[in-house]
Design a protein. Structure first.
Length: 89
């Protein structure tokens, strides 16, 4: 695989991550606005951090918990990130 294709794949992944973070942040920021409340609608998937998965090895205890919160604003952020990536690269 050529080096340019690998770096483009990483750049695309970075754009997607930035879109998710910015979309989620803007959704949280504008979610309390009367006409923009729909931006916070979404679904959570994952292991609840309040009751994490625990692996006890007697010497080492590992606890893992994560939540993937998908909202309308984060989806819009991903779509905008893809459009920006396709347009400028």
């Amino acid at each position: 695989m050529p080096l340019k294709k690998i770096s483009n794949a990483w750049l695309f992944l970075i754009f997607i991550c930035i879109g998710v973070v910015l979309g989620g942040a803007l959704g949280s920021l504008f979610g309390n606005t009367p006409y923009l409340g729909f931006l916070t609608y979404g679904k959570q998937f994952g292991i609840n951090p309040a009751t994490p998965f625990v692996l006890d090895l007697q010497v080492l205890k590992l606890s893992v918990g994560f939540v993937l919160d998908i909202s309308i604003s984060s989806i819009i952020g991903v779509v905008i990130a893809i459009v920006v990536y396709k347009r400028f690269l």
